[in-house]
Design a protein around this ligand. Structure first.
Ligand code: ADE
Length: 245
């Protein structure tokens, strides 16, 4: 997969060299290039922002550097999927991460200040798929951290990036059996730590009982932390309903 990122703070993306993703890049599984938007300015001050038409606080990113950046990185007719992080976008979910992981090429455009002049997205939509995406109901100082979140969520889904394929399918929010259930508690050795034993069933070797226990824990945790998800659960049996009471 190819990933391009445009930002006025390329140094924000240093963590992409670390850990899982750093290793995936070195192994050639994902090809990430970070671009400085100011490369596409032409004035002495390398200006990327201006005051908003109609008034109001803050500054707006000028369209010209963005237009040139997108045309240079993705010259027509080539078409990456353009992702513009913004708190006013559609929600980023595991389902969208799975969709992105199937794309050959993603281009992320990081806005700062109050955002990018809306004509940039409007013009880009005429020649490539564009998603405006929010990672949660809070406001960050810019799109950079949102892009780090999305790139990490997407790249761990790419073939060969994670050692163990099952750890992807077991995730909270993974499509399939655990869909809309949060993962329950997990344990490793030692069997007793500070007088706290690991739940006995996990040491039993009874795989059916372990699966049932894990599902019960997942149901309880989901009810405690995300009652909105419990409301959406389908196919609950009598046992599930007892667990949830
Ligand atoms: N930029 C600022 N806040 C954001 C958010 N919550 N999601 C995506 N991009 C953002």
């Amino acid at each position: 997969m190819r990933i391009d990122i445009v930002s006025i703070f390329p140094e924000y993306f240093a963590p992409l060299d670390v850990s899982l993703l750093g290793k995936a890049r070195r192994r050639g599984l994902v090809d990430v290039t970070v671009h400085d938007l100011r490369e596409w300015t032409h004035d002495r001050h390398r200006t990327v922002d201006d005051t908003p038409y109609g008034g109001g606080p803050g500054m707006v990113m000028k369209p010209e550097p963005w237009g040139e950046a997108l045309d240079t990185i993705a010259p027509p007719p080539v078409t990456p999927r353009l992702v513009v992080p913004t708190p006013s976008g559609r929600p980023f979910t595991q389902a969208l991460a799975v969709e992105y992981a199937a794309e050959p090429w993603l281009l992320f455009a990081c806005g700062r200040y109050e955002g990018i002049d809306s004509r940039v997205v409007a013009a880009a939509r005429e020649r490539m798929p564009v998603d405006e995406v929010g990672i949660g109901d809070y406001v960050l100082a810019g799109g950079e951290v949102a892009v780090l979140v999305m790139v990490e969520a997407v790249s761990r889904l790419l073939p060969g990036v994670l050692g163990n394929l099952d750890s992807v399918t077991d995730d909270s929010f993974a499509p399939g059996a655990m869909e809309t259930l949060l993962e329950g508690p997990i344990y490793t050795k030692p069997p007793v730590w500070r007088d706290r034993p690991v739940p006995e069933v996990l040491l039993s070797g009874n795989h059916g009982a372990i699966a049932r226990w894990r599902r019960d824990q997942a149901l309880r945790r989901t009810a405690a932390h995300r009652p909105d998800l419990v409301a959406r659960l389908t196919g609950l049996d009598d046992h599930d309903r007892r667990v949830l009471r």
